[in-house]
Design a protein around this ligand. Structure first.
Ligand code: NAP
Length: 248
């Protein structure tokens, strides 16, 4: 309960799936959690209510994090509510899969904007607050697809590989200011994002996971909490793979 006592965390895309689990885990550690969402206002309110029911503090903040003006407004609200920011988790993401011959340029642009541009915009806004405090931890959610690639996901893989490069570069920039920046690469996690995949696709993914099960959002949230905490005080610029052994 004391790991994050007195700390404020902002989680983008905190309304559902992995982001929701991260919000609950950081709140369980004592953080005040700012739950960003884009469209799922009711789900975000439910996350806030669940945190409050366990004695924690949280607020839901609506913003499309791919939009510069909305990110500026989001961080203004975060400052007004909490005074500063100790932890940022860039989790918001989307897929729009297709083979390259069928993929439209807008499918590429939209996925890059939601997954990578949002991460850059939020890192920049958070860096401003964290550098002032000379402390902070940023965790960027990438994917094993950004490391290993995946047919049908040229847009998504590019966005997630980009997050890894962004993370390493920013870690080098901010280390001297006491701010750590790491990435976390989930494998195949059971959420809305993967719900629409065919049973055959899920079965073949499962066959490639040595630990023999799909990931749960809580598996990812536990590892994010570690990277965000002082237990990872000597870790920066790294990509932690959490995938049941799928990509080694
Ligand atoms: P999900 O269930 O589809 O949830 C996506 C979340 O992102 C939602 O909370 C959604 O908010 C939010 N979001 C999307 N676009 C946004 C925007 N422009 N601004 C603000 N929020 C936005 O996805 P998930 O499976 O939990 O994935 C979470 C992250 O993990 C993503 O970055 C994903 O790429 C990554 N990941 C997932 C897997 C997996 O197997 N599931 C594997 C590797 C990596 P609203 O609903 O409020 O719009």
């Amino acid at each position: 309960m004391t790991l994050f006592a007195g700390k404020t965390a902002l989680v983008t895309g905190g309304s559902r799936g992995i982001g929701r689990a991260i919000c609950l885990e950081l709140a369980a550690g004592g953080a005040t959690v700012l739950v960003n969402y884009q469209r799922s206002g009711e789900a975000a309110a439910a996350v806030v209510a669940e945190i409050a029911a366990h004695g924690g503090e949280a607020s839901a903040l609506q913003a499309d994090v791919s939009d510069e003006a909305q990110v500026a407004q989001l961080f203004k609200q975060a400052r007004a509510l909490a005074g500063g920011l100790d932890i940022l988790v860039n989790n918001a993401g989307m897929t729009r899969d297709n083979v390259i011959m069928m993929m439209k340029p807008t499918d590429f642009d939209d996925v890059l904007a939601t997954n990578l541009r949002s991460c850059w915009l939020c890192c920049k806004a958070a860096a401003r607050l964290m550098m002032r405090k000379r402390s902070g931890s940023i965790v960027n959610i990438t994917s094993v697809v950004g490391i290993a690639g995946n047919g049908g996901q040229t847009n998504y893989a590019a966005s997630k590989a980009g997050i890894i490069g962004l993370t390493k570069s920013l870690a080098k920039e901010l280390a001297v200011r006491g701010v750590r920046v790491n990435a976390l690469a989930p494998g195949f996690v059971d959420t809305d994002m993967t719900a629409s995949l065919s049973p055959e696709h899920k079965q073949s993914a499962l066959a490639a996971i040595p630990l023999g099960r799909l990931g749960a959002p809580e598996d990812i949230a536990n590892a994010v909490a570690f990277l965000a905490s002082d237990q990872a005080a000597y870790i920066t610029g790294q990509t932690l793979v959490v995938d049941g052994g799928m990509v080694m």
